[in-house]
Ligand binder design. Structure first.
Ligand code: KIV
Ligand code: ZN
Length: 508
C-alpha cells in the first residue's frame, strides 16, 4: 500500500528532446538548433539533458561536445550502447554522465542482439564497470524493460548496481504499459533498488504520462520526458504534462520553472518544425481557449469555472474564440481586446453574423471579427497607412543565418534596422520590430495555405501588443504568394492599427 507520505518530495526531470525527441519521424536538428534548445532546457530547470547519442555521427559528437562545454546548470548526458566505443565517444565529448543501455526482453535478445541472457548481463556489467573506471555517472537502462521477464529484470538491476550504476532507468520502449501494470512493476522492482529508479515511457497507447505518474506513486524518483511529447513513433511522456500532473495530483515539485513551459514549447516547435496540435494539453493553442457562450460567461466571472489550472502557471495565455457557440459576452470581450468599443446592438449583430458564417462552415478569425464590427458601425473606410514599408530584403540559404534589413517610414521619417532570425520570416519580423520606438511583442503568427502546389497562395495573420503598458492588441492579415512578403505586409498592417489605436487613446 502506497501512502502519500511515501511520495518523493521532488522528482528529477531528465529531458531527452535532443535524443529520443530527435528520433521523431521528420525531425533533424543542426548543432545550432541543439544548442538553442539545450540552453532553453537548462534555463527551464531540467535536471539532466540527454544531449544526443554521440557514436551515431561526427555531427552528433560535435553537437554533444558543444553542449557539454556550455557550462549549463543542467547536467548533460549522452546515450551509449553497452560497447566500449560508445562509452569512449561519450568521454571524448567531455561528458561526465552516460546513459548506457542494452535490450533485455526475450524478443529483443533473440531477434535483435542474438545473445543469450547471460551474455547480455555480462556485457552490461562490463560496460558499467568500464564507464565507472572513466569516472562517469552511469544511468543504466534495460531496453524494453517492461516486456522483460520480471526475474531477469531484477537480476539485471541487481547486477548493474553491484557494478556501480548510479541510477537505473526502466524504459517502456514500445509503450505497452497501463497505469496499474506500471504500479505493479515498480512495486516489484523497488525492493531490489539501492539507487534512484527512473522511468522512460513511450506513448503508443496514449498512456505515457499516466504511466509515468503511476510509477512515481510507487517509488520512481526520476522521469524521462520530451518537450511537446516528441519522441520515437507516438512520442515520449510530455515534459509539460508530467510536470503539471506531478504538481496537480501529488503536489510534487520539480526543478522546472513552470512559467517558462509555454515559451520552451514554442521554441522547440519552431526549431524542430514539429507543430503542436491545437488541442494538446497544457501547451496547445486551445488549451486555454474558450468558445461556448456559457463557458465564456462563467470564465469571465471566475476562470476556475472552466479551467483546470491557470494559464499563467505555464506561461500560456487565455483566449476567447468566436464561432458557432459564441455569445455576446465573448464578442464584446474580444472586441475590447482590440480596443473596439461598440454598443450592445452592434455586438448582437456581430454575434448573428458570426453564427451564420459558422453554420456555413466558415471560421471567423480575430482580424475578420474586428473588420465586421468596423463595417457595422461604418468605420471600414480605408485610411492610408501611417507606417509605410520603404525597403525590405532578406538573406537566407544554407549555412547562413537568416538576416533581414528593413526601412519603415513613420510620421515622415525613415527608420532603418536589421535583425537575424531562425528563418526568413522570423528575421523579417524581428527587423520590423527593431525599428519601432516601442517594444512590441508578437502574440500570434498564423500561416495557412489557401491553394495547393509550390505556387500556393498563403494567408498570414499576425497579432501583436505593446509590451507592458496598454493591453490593447492589434491584428493584421494579408494574402499573397510569397510567405515572407505576405508576413511583412500583415505585420505592418497590425503595427499601423496598433499605433492608430495608441494615438486615439492618447487623445481620449
Ligand atoms: O525507448 C527506449 O527504450 C529508449 C532507450 C534507448 C532507453 O529510448
Ligand atoms: Zn525511448
Amino acid at each position: 500500500m502506497i501512502s502519500l507520505e511515501s511520495l518523493p518530495p521532488k522528482v528529477m526531470i531528465l529531458d531527452t528532446t535532443l535524443r529520443d525527441g530527435e528520433q521523431t519521424p521528420g525531425v533533424a536538428l543542426s548543432c545550432e538548433d541543439k544548442v538553442r534548445i539545450a540552453e532553453a532546457l537548462s534555463d527551464l530547470g531540467v535536471d539532466v539533458i540527454e544531449a544526443g547519442f554521440p557514436i551515431t555521427s561526427k555531427g552528433e559528437m560535435l553537437a554533444v561536445k558543444r553542449i557539454a562545454g556550455l557550462g549549463l546548470n543542467s547536467r548533460v548526458c549522452g546515450l551509449a550502447r553497452c560497447r566500449k566505443e560508445d562509452i569512449d565517444a561519450a568521454v571524448d565529448c567531455g561528458l561526465d554522465y552516460v546513459h548506457a543501455f542494452i535490450a533485455t526482453s526475450d524478443i529483443h535478445m533473440k531477434h535483435k542482439l542474438k545473445m543469450e541472457p547471460e551474455q547480455v548481463k555480462a556485457k552490461a556489467i562490463e560496460s558499467v564497470e568500464y564507464a565507472k573506471s572513466h569516472g562517469l555517472t552511469v544511468e543504466f537502462s534495460c531496453e524494453d524493460a517492461t516486456r522483460t521477464r520480471l526475474e531477469f529484470l531484477k537480476e539485471m538491476h541487481i547486477a548493474v548496481q553491484e557494478a556501480g550504476a548510479d541510477k537505473i532507468n526502466m524504459p517502456d520502449t514500445v509503450g505497452t504499459m497501463s497505469p496499474p501494470a506500471m504500479e505493479y512493476l515498480v512495486k516489484e522492482i523497488m525492493p531490489v533498488m539501492k539507487v534512484p529508479l527512473s522511468l522512460h515511457s513511450h506513448d503508443d497507447l496514449g498512456l505515457a504520462v499516466a504511466n509515468s505518474l503511476a510509477g512515481v506513486r510507487c517509488g520512481a524518483s526520476q522521469v524521462h520526458v520530451c518537450v511537446n511529447g516528441l519522441g520515437e513513433r507516438a512520442g515520449n511522456a510530455a515534459l509539460e504534462e508530467v510536470v503539471i500532473g506531478l504538481l496537480a495530483f501529488y503536489g510534487i515539485r520539480t526543478n522546472i520553472d513552470t512559467r517558462k513551459i509555454g515559451y520552451v514549447s514554442k521554441l522547440v516547435s519552431r526549431v524542430t518544425g514539429f507543430m503542436v496540435p491545437d488541442n494538446k494539453a497544457v501547451v496547445g493553442n486551445n488549451a486555454f481557449a474558450h468558445e461556448s457562450g456559457i463557458h465564456v460567461h462563467g470564465m469571465l466571472k471566475d476562470p476556475s469555472t472552466y479551467e483546470a489550472f491557470s494559464p499563467e502557471l505555464v506561461g500560456m495565455q487565455r483566449s476567447i474564440v468566436v464561432g458557432k457557440h459564441t455569445g455576446a459576452h465573448s464578442v464584446k470581450e474580444k472586441l475590447q481586446e482590440y480596443g473596439v468599443e461598440v454598443g450592445d446592438e452592434v455586438v448582437n449583430k456581430v454575434v448573428e453574423h458570426v453564427k451564420k458564417l459558422a453554420e456555413s462552415g466558415k471560421h471567423v478569425d480575430d482580424a475578420e471579427l474586428v473588420a465586421l464590427a468596423y463595417h457595422l458601425v461604418g468605420m471600414d473606410k480605408k485610411a492610408p497607412r501611417r507606417i509605410q514599408l520603404r525597403e525590405f530584403a532578406v538573406f537566407t540559404g544554407i549555412n547562413i543565418t537568416p538576416t533581414a534589413v528593413v526601412a519603415l517610414e513613420m510620421d515622415g521619417e525613415v527608420h532603418r534596422g536589421s535583425q537575424i532570425g531562425i528563418g526568413p520570416v522570423d528575421a523579417a519580423l524581428n527587423a520590423i520590430r527593431s525599428v519601432l520606438k516601442d517594444k512590441v511583442s508578437l502574440e500570434e503568427y498564423r500561416l495557412a495555405a489557401i491553394t495547393g502546389g509550390s505556387d500556393a497562395l498563403c494567408e498570414v495573420s499576425v497579432k501583436i501588443k505593446f509590451d507592458g503598458g496598454t493591453k490593447v492588441a492589434s491584428v493584421g492579415k494579408s494574402v499573397g504568394s510569397d510567405i515572407v512578403n505576405t508576413s511583412v505586409d500583415a505585420t505592418i498592417e497590425a503595427i499601423d492599427r496598433l499605433y492608430a489605436r495608441k494615438k486615439q487613446l492618447e487623445r481620449e
